[in-house]
Design a protein around this ligand. Structure first.
Ligand code: FPP
Length: 224
């Protein structure tokens, strides 16, 4: 969800106004995802690297998260959205962790859309964690190194419950992966739009899906 800061700057407003406006896009894109029949929507809300931002900006983003959990949890539950969070929860303040517990428990059982929020998430850290977990099992003689393969590795990732993304949308015209789901994006289709996140609507999502539908996915094989 990139471009909040630039959106604010274009209006001579402080960066947090961009994040606040970005919340509107979150709502619209979640509704649009249900409308389009998507099963899983992952939103990259806060990266490992974002911890290096000024403390007041981090505090504002955490407040937004709490606000989202409090004000939207019930509506998400009513519309059948099940919320999950992936990332390093240890680094979050207790209040943010409580908000996450609230929204995940309130929406448990939702069967129309799995909404995965990546918060305090970093792709490399996730891979290191998976490697560490496997190493611990080998040391504990619960796993034979010969049995480590792509399937057992993927099972240790934070995203183990879900399929790999079919499509990754990057807003604000960037062409970078920025440490997002490094393993899971291996065969994902990439889509970049110049639209800044606060201007991104469900129509932009539909456009990205239409573009995706015109792609030919070969997964390294030849076309038939
Ligand atoms: C990147 O834009 C955006 C973020 C770091 C925060 C995204 C968060 C939200 C939209 C609101 C919270 C969401 C939920 C689901 C509760 P940027 O600040 O890097 O923009 P820039 O590159 O233009 O500076």
């Amino acid at each position: 969800m990139d471009g909040n800061g630039r959106w604010a700057r274009e209006r001579g407003a402080p960066r947090y106004e961009g994040h606040r406006a970005g919340m509107k896009s979150v709502r619209d894109v979640v509704e649009g995802s249900i409308e389009a029949g998507l099963e899983i929507l992952t939103l990259f809300a806060f990266s490992h690297e974002n911890w290096q931002r000024p403390a007041h900006e981090i505090a504002f983003l955490m407040k937004l998260l709490q606000l989202y959990a409090k004000s939207e949890g019930q509506e998400l539950a009513d519309t059948g959205v099940e919320v999950h969070v992936v990332g390093d929860m240890e680094r979050l303040q207790k209040s943010a962790r409580k908000a996450i517990d609230l929204i995940t428990s309130k929406t448990r059982g939702g069967d129309r859309l799995q909404l995965v929020l990546a918060i305090s998430y970093g792709g490399r850290a996730e891979l290191v964690l998976a490697a560490r977990r496997l190493a611990e099992r080998v040391v504990g003689e619960k796993l034979d190194p010969d049995d480590i393969d792509e399937k057992s590795f993927a099972a240790e990732l934070l995203t183990a419950p879900w399929r790999d993304p079919d499509l990754m949308i990057r807003t604000s015209g960037e062409y970078r992966i920025s440490n997002f789901m490094l393993w899971q994006l291996a065969y994902s289709e990439l889509y970049s739009t110049p639209t800044l996140w606060p201007d991104f609507t469900r129509e932009d999502l539909f456009e990205a899906i239409l573009d995706y539908q015109r792609r030919e996915r070969r997964f390294g094989k030849v076309s038939v």
